[in-house]
Design a protein around this ligand. Structure first.
Ligand SMILES: Nc1ncnc2c1ncn2[C@@H]1O[C@H](COP(=O)(O)OP(=O)(O)O)[C@@H](O)[C@H]1O
Ligand SMILES: [Mg+2]
Length: 311
């Protein structure tokens, strides 16, 4: 018998996750999968429910209903959680008077790791020079690096980072990108990073899970989102014939609000030729103008107010 699909080593599965705080449904029946060997962006506007979801997956908050698993089991049931999962949550606090190195050594002691591990991870995150200094003098970017160092102590195969790009300068973001890509591409680890700004992680992630108002919006390859590869906008009176005509291009066709079609994964030249060869009538054919960020904003926008009575 093959193992449960959720039991794949390093796979994160959210299944019907729901969290209610009083009147607020912070997370609403959320299901998604995060695969090892990829960097997945967990995206949504502020208040969408990202941190609450991560806290449930990490066993720090109890779901109202649903489950979150890592390698097929709840966090609390992982044999050695600290060695399996490293996490950085928002607003991580440090003892202000403690040096970066001593901060890490406290964790080393708790996790049964040798002290020299603290220096190794400090080097990874570029804090070797600052290791002896008290954390209260650290910039937000340096705190992010120290939090990441803490998460890396146990050499985890799953890394969960909540808004890690906050406070990092462009150089810091580029550095983080290299580190996370290495984890996923070379080591085959699972990396999930949340952000409320798609452009911040656009060049780092290959997959995205998008949520808004606690609900699922989109899961898939970033490259399949309209705007990622430019895309093509088409208007035709015969959409079914059009779909058949371009089938061999393996492009993704989605209807747009104005009745036109968005074709993602093909050039305007290829789409135009395929339509012409199949004698499909087109009323419009142009390169898509929406950027990835525009698509993200459109997908996560507040629903329009219901139309009022017509005068
Ligand atoms: N401990 C809590 N008590 C009450 N409401 C909360 C609590 N944590 C989060 N919320 C609410 O849940 C919603 C989702 O918050 P959060 O998960 O922090 O979103 P995000 O991380 O995407 O910005 C927000 O409306 C927030 O105010
Ligand atoms: Mg958050």
């Amino acid at each position: 018998m093959s193992p449960e699909p959720s039991a794949v080593e390093g796979r994160i599965v959210a299944s019907g996750l729901t969290k209610v705080f009083g009147e607020v449904k912070a997370v609403d029946d959320l299901s998604f999968t995060v695969e090892p060997g990829s960097v997945t962006g967990f995206l949504g506007p502020n208040g969408a429910g990202k941190t609450t979801t991560l806290r449930m997956i990490l066993g720090l908050a109890t779901p109202t209903s649903g489950t979150g698993t890592i390698s097929g089991v709840a966090y609390a049931h992982l044999p050695v959680p600290g060695r399996t999962v490293g996490a950085v949550l928002e607003a991580t606090s440090f003892h202000p008077g403690r040096s970066a190195r001593n901060h890490l050594r406290v964790f080393c002691a708790a996790a049964g790791l040798p002290d020299k591990r603290a220096d190794e991870v400090l080097e990874w995150v570029g804090l070797t020079q600052a290791a002896r200094y008290a954390v209260h003098g650290f910039s937000l970017g340096m705190r992010q690096r120290l939090a990441l160092a803490t998460a890396l102590l146990g050499n985890p195969r799953v890394l969960l980072l909540d808004e890690p790009a906050n406070g990092l300068d462009p150089e810091g973001i580029a550095w983080l990108r290299g580190l996370l890509r290495h984890f996923a591409d070379v080591d085959g680890r699972t990396v999930l990073i949340s952000s409320h700004v798609l452009s911040e992680v656009e060049q780092t992630v290959d997959r995205v899970v998008i949520i808004a108002r606690g609900r699922f919006i989109y899961e898939g390859k970033l490259a399949d989102l309209e705007g990622a590869s430019g895309g093509v906008v088409v208007r035709t009176p015969t959409p079914d014939q059009f779909a058949t005509a371009v089938a061999s291009l393996n492009a993704r066709i989605t209807p747009r609000a104005d009745g036109s079609l968005a074709v993602v994964g093909a050039t305007p030249e290829a789409v135009g030729r395929a339509a012409w060869e199949a004698h499909v009538e087109l009323h419009e054919l142009r390169a898509g103008s929406s950027s990835l960020e525009e698509t993200f904003l459109r997908l996560t926008a507040e629903p329009a107010a219901p139309p009022g009575p017509t005068p």
